[in-house]
Design a protein around this ligand. Structure first.
Ligand SMILES: [Zn+2]
Length: 396
């Protein structure tokens, strides 16, 4: 059972500590994405030294390869991937349903007719959803698999992370309100089943389960989902599902949902992590975040840096050749301590793997330093000032 305590508040923003079986995590916190039980090119020991304290793996991918038995035999994900910090697993529902709703993009491009998702006979082959669970085809070998709330809890229990998320269907922006309602109501029933299964399995005392609030961009569905999920005694609460197309869409969702969630439990915003997003989320009472962006943009030669357009430094650009100074003078990561922009620019343009590893380290170190600044600003009561600084870059 996870313990959470709030130690300082600044308006709706709160600074706290989550205590898990793998140490304490100061909040607001950022979970680095380690989809395949790896931080994409970064040694976990290097990541830890750069200030990464928490990571999230994907149970859908790990269920297919290497499979839960291989990870259980290794003593769980922590020892399997050499990670001593706090670890979460998501249910994999998002990926399962990306297979399903990925077809919508094809429809929008005019390549395929949009199927009726609410219909009982789902015409899609990749994923079928019914009340009991979701049936999907492996992208590895084409074999068919089934996730139910019950077997997903057993899967995540075998993986052994500290924080587990309920199985859910994540709806995209372009489905109808009617479909979002069907999925939101089913997700609430699945949340109850996840909680029942979680308790019945009798998970190790140090594993915790987070429920997830749905409802897409529809205020009435969000309110219904938040109230329903908050009634269930989860260790923490995620805000998931479609958060809308613009930043103001998700601000509205979080503004509506946070006050409906129990004060004493941590709140996690799924899949959000731009520098300005982290500050805006914290201002609204979010305690943790996860996002693949810092590592994804590293693979495109982008380094996070406050004050530049979009808070990014583009190291793929030719004009960086002339600069010997580091990405950031005061960053303790090895990319900044040991190398200049000119060399990093060369690595990116030569497509050297080292360039990706160094930029991934910098971007994760940057994000965790920003989280520390957010926590300190909450204690000092000046989060609004940090917001102005971060926003200046985001809007540039
Ligand atoms: Zn750095």
């Amino acid at each position: 059972m996870l313990e959470f305590s709030v130690i300082a508040q600044d308006g709706a923003a709160r600074r706290g500590v989550i205590r898990t079986g793998h140490g304490e995590l100061e909040t607001p916190a950022f979970f680095a994405v380690a989809t395949q039980a790896a931080l994409k090119g970064l040694d976990p020991a290097v990541a830890a030294a750069a200030g990464v304290h928490s990571a999230i793996c994907n149970s859908f991918h790990l269920a297919l390869e290497p499979g839960p038995e291989a990870i259980r035999r290794a003593g769980g994900l922590h020892s399997y991937m050499g990670w001593a910090g706090v670890l979460a697993t998501d249910s994999g529902g998002f990926q399962v349903f990306s297979l399903r709703h990925g077809q919508v993009a094809e429809e929008l491009k005019g390549r395929r007719r949009l199927p009726d998702y609410g219909h009982q006979e789902d015409p899609l082959d990749a994923v079928r959803v019914d009340e009991a669970g979701a049936d999907f085809r492996s992208y590895v070998d084409g074999s068919r698999h089934r996730f139910t709330p019950e077997n997903n809890m057993r899967l995540q229990q075998a993986l052994g992370a500290d924080i587990l998320f309920c199985l859910d269907e994540c709806t995209p922006f372009h489905v109808t309100r009617e479909y979002t309602q069907i999925a939101t109501e089913r997700n609430a029933r699945w949340a109850q089943r996840c909680l029942d299964a979680f308790r019945e399995i009798g998970l190790a005392a140090n594993q915790s389960l987070f429920g997830i609030v749905h409802g897409g961009v529809y205020p009435d569905l969000r309110r219904w989902s938040a109230q329903r999920i908050a009634e269930l005694d989860f260790d923490g609460y995620g805000i998931g599902d479609c958060l809308g197309e613009s930043k103001s869409d998700w601000y509205s969702v979080v503004d509506l949902v946070c006050p409906l969630l129990p004060e004493a439990r941590p709140r996690h915003l799924l899949g959000v992590g731009e520098p300005d997003d982290l500050v805006e989320g914290a201002l609204r009472g979010i305690d943790s975040f996860d996002c693949a962006m810092p590592s994804r943009i590293a693979r495109h030669g982008q380094a996070l840096h406050l004050g530049l357009p979009r808070n990014r430094l583009d190291l793929a650009k030719a004009d960086r050749k002339l600069e010997d100074r580091p990405i950031e003078e005061d960053c303790p990561c090895s990319a900044c301590r040991r190398f200049g922009r000119a060399y990093l620019n060369h690595l990116v343009r030569a497509r050297e793997i080292l360039g990706i590893a160094l930029l991934t380290e910098h971007n994760l170190a940057f994000t965790n330093r920003l989280m520390r600044r957010i926590r300190e600003a909450i204690s000092a009561g000046c989060l609004a000032e940090l917001r102005a600084e971060v926003r200046a870059g985001a809007a540039a």
